[in-house]
Design a binder for this molecule. Structure first.
Ligand code: XIL
Length: 368
């Protein structure tokens, strides 16, 4: 049974006991439009931007009904040195969200990126050490966040891209080669899920993955790999509730509803909930010159994808950021569009204006 929530417990979290009941999202925003159909719309955000840019905070509060920390709940931020936890930025986000009665998802407990250097060294010391650092991190983080985060990406991106793809990632079998895999073998995923469940019996445990959305041979193979992994986890009795589909879509790749819908149906048959967790849309290098033409292509893809996801049973659609101004698609050289133009892959433009992608999401939420 989950521990009783005491006033002192709330105080330790820096949270007020007088939490407001979940407020209705701002009228007219995407979250309200989605909510009318029983769908959650939310987005990733960073604490420093929400507190440092009032226009951004206002847009976020107007549009989003759920917040995902873009950085603040990753290992490197939460435990930069072994045993030294820094929850201040995450606590700031949790308070910001709580003041607006906005739920928060956790992202991510076990991932091969955003690992502090010490963690890589510890995992290389072998199995016992790896189990003990995982347990210590889960102990602290899940206890600290339990009142405010009820859904965590426990394992992020465990499946290897197939050979011959843009970025192949040979590991053991079809799992990605990561320090966790090397330390604990393929069972690291089962172990992480079990450790999370042991610490919080009613937390929703999600496995999050990318590269499984589009109509390419690589994505088809990665879907197959993921389904195999999930079947094995469920057969072994690993506690898993949901699959997060990141949906970092790319216009240079085709999307077809049928194979994606079949994949979603398979996930649902396995009894798993499906969330779209990190949607954004990278434009193709040969994108048209005019902005309206570019935005129309992005919107068309957003509508096709989200309407298929909703038809297939997804009930949460989260974008990775809200405005092009702060999108990682503009900041990360590996995913940038080019030297003289940048992606327009999120619902709002850099001046907080709603773009055709916003309209496409609204239309998909309204059921066409
Ligand atoms: C990204 C952030 O948006 C960037 O700012 C950071 O530099 C790298 O990570 N898949 C994930 C996210 O699960 O955590 C990643 O976020 C984007 C890809």
């Amino acid at each position: 049974m989950p521990a009783r929530v005491t006033r002192r417990g709330l105080g330790l979290l820096g949270l007020s006991a007088a939490a407001p009941a979940l407020a209705a999202p701002a009228a007219g925003g995407l979250a309200a439009i989605a909510r009318a159909r029983g769908i959650t719309f939310g987005a990733a955000a960073q604490h420093s931007l929400l507190t440092g840019d009032a226009a951004y905070a206002a847009a976020f509060a107007a549009e989003a009904g759920l917040l995902v920390p873009e950085w603040e709940a990753k290992w490197a931020d939460l435990q930069p040195e072994e045993g030294r936890f820094d929850t201040a930025p995450l606590d700031g986000l949790l308070s910001w969200a709580q003041e607006r009665a906005m739920p928060v998802r956790g992202h991510a407990l076990v991932w091969h990126n955003a690992m502090p250097d010490w963690l890589g060294r510890a995992l290389a010391e072998g199995r016992e050490r790896a189990l003990s650092v995982m347990a210590a991190h889960f102990d602290k983080v899940l206890a600290h966040t339990r009142l405010r985060i009820r859904d965590w990406d426990v394992v992020n991106e465990p499946v290897a891209n197939p050979p011959g793809s843009d970025v192949p990632q040979a590991g053991e079998g079809t799992l990605r080669d990561t320090p966790w895999l090397r330390a604990l073998g393929p069972a690291y995923i089962d172990t992480a899920l079990r450790m999370a469940r042991e610490r919080d019996a009613t937390l929703r445990l999600t496995l999050n993955e990318y590269g499984i959305e589009e109509d390419t041979p690589d994505a088809a193979e990665k879907r197959r790999r993921l389904l195999d992994l999930l079947r094995g986890l469920l057969e072994r009795g690993a506690p898993l509730d949901a699959v997060g589909i990141q949906a970092h879509l790319q216009l240079r790749r085709p999307f077809s509803p049928a194979p994606f819908a079949a994949f979603l149906a398979e996930l649902r048959r396995m009894g798993l909930a499906v969330l779209i967790t990190e949607m954004d849309i990278r434009e193709a290098p040969d994108a048209p010159a005019s902005l309206p033409a570019r935005d129309a292509l992005v919107a068309e893809r957003a509508y096709a994808f989200v309407s298929t996801a909703l038809e297939g049973g997804a009930r949460s659609v989260l974008t990775w950021g809200l405005s092009d101004r702060y999108s990682w698609l503009r900041q990360e050289p590996a995913v940038a569009l080019g030297p003289d133009r940048s992606h327009r892959g999120l619902p709002l433009d850099e001046e907080w204006r709603r773009k055709p992608m916003w309209q496409a999401l609204a239309r998909a939420f309204q059921g066409g």
